[in-house]
Design a protein around this ligand. Sequence first.
Ligand SMILES: C[S@@+](CC[C@H](N)C(=O)[O-])C[C@H]1O[C@@H](n2cnc3c(N)ncnc32)[C@H](O)[C@@H]1O
Length: 313
Amino acid sequence: MNEQFLNDVVTGLSAKTKKLNSKYFYDDEGDVLFQKIMQSEEYYLTDCEYEIFKGKSPALAGVFIDQLKSFELLELGAGDASKTKFLLEALVNRKADFTYMPIDISGSMITYLEDNLPSKIPGLKVTGLNGEYFPMLEKVKTISSRKKAVLFLGGNIGNMDPDDALAFCKQLHASLNPGDYVLMGFDLRKNPHAIFNAYNDKAGYTKAFNLNLLKRINNELGADFQLADFEHYNSYDPLTGACRSFLVSLKAQQVNLDGQAFHFKANEVIDMEISQKYSMEEIYDLGNQANFEVVETFFDSKEWFLDMLWKVT
Ligand SMILES: C[S@@+](CC[C@H](N)C(=O)[O-])C[C@H]1O[C@@H](n2cnc3c(N)ncnc32)[C@H](O)[C@@H]1O
């Protein structure tokens, strides 16, 4: 049994507002459901960033090749790297001297990338690292002293509360050396309906993705959540930019886990995930406070999403 997973779940369900950590969404079934979310009509984030990578990868590859010469390309929370592939192709086409190092807590995603990318992009070197962001970043430092470009794409930074995002950016800055690069994806504030719909897809993949974590807790930790007694609810607050996913207990009920009983009142919620939306001002503030220097901004044509290129100073 994964002791850390158990401890985190017990701590989360014991809190005044029950909470589960969204990093645990990604077991094998969660990975597949997230890919379905990315392909759904309503989830615009992937399409926007796909457009950026399809169009801007040659320019981005040029910056990395000219500035870094020989480097490691790290990707934190790589998932299926469906957008990164354009950058990898652009780098390989220009015979860049680099290794792609995807880091992901999901072992199945790392295996998938190591098995598939080298045959799809001949000449690409891939070293996958299965684990959490910072421990894996430290591991990279023990195997390579080359310069680094770090990708942190999609909704990843948005899955942190703004305070945690700042702490994350500061820690990332401290883990890198002057002259290294970071490319970070930000979902921008926009019409609230578009944001709301992205997390309430008609096919129900977001709902299934949230409920799958309860299923995972049942399967891996031996809990007895009755999935039919919980429903998914998502809200977006245009004042704060916080889009939040919850599971709502449909009745008063008790869930048993590891010899403990957790009581739910009717309509009590479990806080599942934040997907924070950013204004340009907030992004510039975040970079400034973490001591990153803005190099370039890459937008999609609707200006719904931004990939910000920062340099470590
Ligand atoms: C929202 S998905 C985004 C995937 C990809 N970045 C994209 O834009 O398509 C988040 C990914 O980050 C991974 N992840 C989440 N928390 C993590 C952590 N603390 N350490 C390492 N990987 C993590 C998940 O397993 C998942 O593959």
